[in-house]
Each structure stands twice: as structure tokens, then as C-alpha cells.
Design a protein around this ligand. Structure first.
Ligand code: ING
Length: 306
């Protein structure tokens, strides 16, 4: 049995005026709770250090860049890496990355239990739009502020467990999960900031959105025989509601832990990574069952060709 004790650290709202330091202190509190409960890995949400700023239309690049981190760790986040190392807990969290070359990514990192970064991911599937859209109840300008990720969907051997990351909208695309599944992934970690309401369809309510999120994560876990941890930033951010719905899912696609509220809330699960093997060697033994000669459209086409 290769057990990892995993904590999903859901975070409540971060207001536009909240400093990185205030946010990090909340993350430290969740980390301490996780360590007290025996966790050896803690997963935080997408863009965990700031409010979900793509809801705001901005034109001034220096204002936009103020939401990004130029290095990781940095002064604001060093206490988090130091505390994680002191506890012997690996962490994963999302943040807005501004590279030395001037590229802007919606990124996430993964550390080992000594606080060393062992993996990085940059969000591939960017939802939303580039220009201000007056038809929307609120903006979702990820295509304006971020470039599509350039690292693909990699997996990382983190102290004996093969781990992978994706971010938010990525979870809705089966390609995300299968590319990691084809590498033998055993744990997929993802954070999300998902509005509770659809900016383009007032008819779609919270229960539908929670269902679609859980459907995406449980399907991805089941169809690739992997554990999955999906962690929300939730609650009312400057009046804009983000949904909760944080879950930990086993390799058979069953939810083993879920949050109940929309604030800072830790859930944990004892996850035996060897439980991935049954699915990977029977129903989802890709080598025995897949017929790639029929899958060409998946990579040769972007859109539909009737
Ligand atoms: N947020 C949302 C998400 O994919 C979205 C955007 C919501 C797209 C619902 C489609 C439907 O969960 C982010 N940040 O990707």
C-alpha cells in the first residue's frame, strides 16, 4: 500500500483589496490544520494568492501585471514554503505567473515534502474572451490576460507517486485527463475559480454548475484510473459569487470527501495509490484496449468538421 494523506484546502473569497500577506496567512492556517490531521500533501485552488482578477476589465499593463508573481517562491510566499518544509508536507497551488521573458500564464506548482518545486503547470484551456463583452453579466477575461500554457500536461514522480496538474477549465476537457492517463498518472490535482452563475445564461444555476464540475472530475478519474483532487476558491468576491464543491475522488470515480461550505475549509482523505492499479490493468489497460487507428480526429482537428 502506498498511502498519501491528502488535504484539499478550499479557500473562501479573496477581495480585490486583500494583500498577498493576508491571503498567505489563511493558507498557513489551512496548512497547519492539514499537518495536525496527518496530511503529507495539501492542494490549494487556482489563482490562490489573489482575487479572480480576470473578472475585471483592465487596459493598463502595469495594473494587470500587479496581479502576477515574477518569481516563485517570493517574499510573500516564502513563509508558505518554509512552513510546508517544517511540517514535511508537499503543497500545490495556483498563481498568475509573469516570466522573465514577459510571458503571462495561469500557473500552478507542486513541491516535494522538503519544499522544493518538483513540477510546474501552465493552464492550457483558457475560457472566456479577450475584449470587453457588454452582453455578459460579468467579464471572464482569461484569454485577455493569459497565454495558453506551453508545458503540456506533464506528470511528476513525487516521492514515489506519479502526480499531474491541470487548472479549472482544463478539467472539462477529456484530453487533459487522457494525456496524463497515458503517462500512468496516479493523482491529478487541480484548483478552480468557477462563478456560481453563468454570465451568458441566467437560467443555469448553481446546482447545474456543481454537477458539471463533479461530472468532469469523477469521469476523468474513473476513465484514467487515477485519484483526483479538485479545490475551489469559493464565496463572494467583491459581490461576485464563486461556487464551492471541492472534492477528493478515488480511481473508481467515487467522491470520498467533499466540502460543505464556501469558506476556508479543509477536507482530507487517506489515498492508497496502489488502488489505481486495478483499473489500469483491467478495464482501462490502454495498451490492450485502445485502437489509436480510429482516434486521428482528436489531434488532427480543432473544431467540428461535419
Ligand atoms: N472558470 C470556469 C471553469 O471552467 C467556466 C469557467 C465555467 C467555463 C462554467 C464554462 C462553464 O470552471 C475558470 N477559471 O476556468
Amino acid at each position: 500500500m502506498r498511502e498519501r494523506v491528502i488535504g484539499a484546502a478550499q479557500m473562501g473569497p479573496i477581495q480585490k483589496s486583500d494583500s498577498r500577506e493576508v491571503v498567505v496567512s489563511r493558507m498557513l492556517s489551512l496548512l497547519d490544520q492539514a499537518a495536525d490531521q496527518g496530511c503529507d500533501l495539501v492542494v490549494y485552488p487556482e489563482l490562490a494568492l489573489t482575487t479572480f482578477f480576470p473578472r475585471w476589465y483592465m487596459e493598463d499593463q502595469s495594473e494587470i501585471d500587479g496581479w502576477f508573481e515574477r518569481e516563485m517562491p517570493n517574499a510573500a510566499t516564502q513563509p508558505l514554503f518554509d512552513r510546508a518544509r517544517a511540517h514535511g508536507v508537499a503543497i500545490s497551488f495556483g498563481y498568475a505567473e509573469l516570466t522573465p521573458e514577459g510571458h503571462h500564464f495561469n500557473a500552478s506548482i507542486l513541491t516535494d515534502r522538503q519544499g522544493h518545486i518538483v513540477g510546474k503547470y501552465r493552464k492550457v484551456h483558457l475560457p472566456g474572451h479577450v475584449e470587453y463583452d457588454a452582453a455578459r453579466d460579468f467579464q471572464h477575461l482569461e484569454k485577455r490576460y493569459f497565454e495558453p500554457g506551453d508545458l503540456g500536461f506533464e506528470t511528476f514522480d513525487n516521492e514515489g507517486t506519479l502526480m499531474g496538474m491541470c487548472i479549472c477549465n482544463d478539467r472539462r476537457w477529456p484530453e487533459t485527463w487522457r494525456v496524463m492517463g497515458l503517462q500512468g498518472v496516479e493523482l491529478v490535482m487541480l484548483g478552480y475559480n468557477t462563478p456560481s452563475v453563468n454570465s451568458q445564461n441566467r437560467g443555469e444555476g448553481l446546482s447545474e454548475r456543481l454537477y458539471h464540475s463533479e461530472l468532469s472530475v469523477t469521469a476523468g478519474a474513473y476513465q484514467n484510473a487515477t485519484w483526483a483532487v479538485a479545490v475551489a476558491k469559493a464565496g463572494l468576491e467583491d459581490g461576485f459569487p464563486l461556487m464551492g464543491g471541492t472534492i477528493i475522488v478515488d480511481p473508481d470515480g467515487f467522491v470520498v470527501a467533499r466540502t460543505t461550505g464556501e469558506g476556508d475549509e479543509l477536507i482530507t482523505a487517506h489515498c492508497d495509490m496502489d488502488r489505481c492499479q486495478f483499473g489500469k490493468t483491467t478495464i482501462f489497460d490502454f495498451a490492450r484496449h485502445r485502437r489509436v487507428e480510429h482516434y486521428g480526429r482528436i489531434t488532427s482537428q480543432t473544431g467540428v468538421e461535419r
